[in-house]
Design a protein around this ligand. Structure first.
Ligand code: NAP
Length: 278
């Protein structure tokens, strides 16, 4: 039995779908699992609910998005998993976590979580993606309105990854002990600026997709992000903007036996989701 946390989210949703396709038994964790196939109600802030969710589980896919970045949710799951005799945790982290930059450290909360998992005595795999191609879905309304999309990354190039590829690597790690104790930077196959991505989307959708340089702090404040969270997120964004993530790895092609999907392939596959907004 596998526990998929973040099952209503981007990567966890794909992991749940892949496990369903393969006939692997799993529980899909959510705070509101009403219509979720195989749903189990649990909250990282409620240890009793976590204890129920991990009962009889062999491996956990762990996604955490606390409102202010911290390892607390990861550590709560680790505690529950140890108590229940779980064998392995596959953690979704982020590329660059632990990198020193400008007198600070990128992704300290993911590093603290990775360290807690490694120290737990459980088997683990850490998956560290860069920005997801699917982040563009948040801009569907703006694209429809013809508004320019906020470019928070300047001219920095990033190896944008298809979230389905991240999920496929996660499933491999959940099912195959060969990935125990491994930390994978899972990147897409090419380096793209934000403007490059907009140009590709424009071509695929056959609609204008313009961008405008936007200040990150202003944008995150407008989105309602707490100041403590903005401070932490900004370190990673500045690191990426300075070219920290301008590299491509071969983990996806090596683990999955096929090339990582391109941003254009992602955009083509999600054409209908953009059209649905019209
Ligand atoms: N987006 C990117 O470009 C990117 C790039 C690299 C790394 N990452 C990392 O990826 C992770 C986010 O993954 P994602 O985009 O797949 O997530 P997501 O789509 O934002 O979904 C978040 C999930 O977390 C669940 N959740 C939130 N609070 C919870 C709580 N208190 N208890 C239980 N479940 C809770 C939500 O479930 P319910 O609401 O149903 O409870 C939801 O399924 C983060 O750790 C981030 O640092 C993201």
């Amino acid at each position: 039995m596998i526990l998929v946390t973040g099952a209503t989210g981007t990567i966890g949703g794909h992991v749940a779908a892949l496990l369903t396709d393969r006939g692997v038994p799993f529980r899909a964790m959510s705070r509101n699992p009403a219509d979720l196939p195989n749903g189990v109600r649990a909250d990282f802030t409620d240890p009793a609910s976590l204890a129920t969710a991990v009962t009889g589980v062999d491996a956990v896919f762990l996604v955490t998005v606390p409102p202010v970045p911290s390892a607390e949710h990861d550590i709560a799951l680790v505690d529950a998993a140890r108590g229940a005799g779980v064998r392995k945790i596959v953690k979704l982290s982020a590329i660059g976590s632990g990198e020193p930059f400008d007198g600070a450290t990128v992704g300290t909360w993911h590093v603290a979580a990775e360290e807690a998992i490694a120290a737990s005595g459980l088997a683990w795999t850490v998956i560290r993606p860069p920005s997801f191609a699917s982040n563009f879905l948040q801009y569907r309304t703006m694209i429809d309105a013809g508004d320019p999309l906020p470019n928070l990354f300047g001219d920095a190039r990033q190896p944008i990854v298809d979230p389905r590829d991240v999920a496929e690597v996660a499933v491999a790690a959940l099912l195959d002990r060969a990935h125990d104790g491994r930390r994978y930077d899972v990147t897409g196959p090419e380096l793209l600026t934000f403007a490059d991505q907009a140009t590709i989307l424009e071509r695929v959708l056959d609609r204008p997709v313009k961008t405008v340089e936007t200040d990150l702090h202003t944008q995150l404040t407008a989105m309602g992000m707490p100041p403590e969270a903005i401070a932490q997120v900004t370190i990673g964004a500045n690191w990426a903007n300075a070219g920290g993530v301008e590299y491509v790895t071969e983990h996806i092609s090596r683990i999955l036996g096929r090339p990582a999907r391109t941003f254009e392939q992602w955009a083509t596959a999600h054409h209908a989701m953009f059209d649905a907004m019209r």
